[in-house]
Design a protein around this ligand. Structure first.
Ligand code: HEC
Length: 108
């Protein structure tokens, strides 16, 4: 009897671990929404609008694959990509921020 209870507890615990692992890895688009004011000025969200289209070529990031956005931001962060503004910005982002932005922009 007692053994069954322990088994059930272990089962519940492992389910909990699996679920929390999934939400962590996927990136939180809602969390990113509060932070996108950092990006909106240059990367217009719907479509390809920028404040200074002639001075800047700003790539469209909305609708890109999440993996692509993560790779790009990690690239600016670790120096395999270089652009003054994006490098400075990416360095200020945590891994969670990067995954959140990727989840958000992949859907917008
Ligand atoms: C000051 C303007 C500016 C701001 C603010 C800005 N970006 Fe960028 N971003 C750029 C420019 C310009 C490029 C292209 C740089 C290059 O040629 O490597 C770029 C490139 C990127 C790329 C790579 C896209 C590709 O297809 O190569 C990603 C992803 C990206 N930005 C995400 C973000 C995120 C997320 C934020 C907010 C945290 C942000 N950017 C804020 C100007 C900006």
């Amino acid at each position: 009897m007692k053994q069954k209870l322990i088994m059930n507890l272990l089962l519940a615990l492992s389910m909990l671990l699996v679920f929390s692992g999934v939400t962590q890895a996927a990136g939180d688009a809602t969390a990113a929404k509060e932070k996108t004011s950092m990006c909106e000025g240059c990367h217009g969200i719907d479509g390809y609008r920028t404040a200074f289209p002639n001075a800047y070529h700003v790539p469209k990031i909305g609708g890109q694959h999440a993996e692509y956005i993560i790779k790009a931001l990690e690239g600016y962060k670790n120096g395999t990509r270089s652009h003054p503004t994006m490098t400075a910005l990416a360095k200020s982002l945590s891994q969670k921020d990067i995954e959140d932005f990727a989840a958000y922009y992949a859907k917008n």
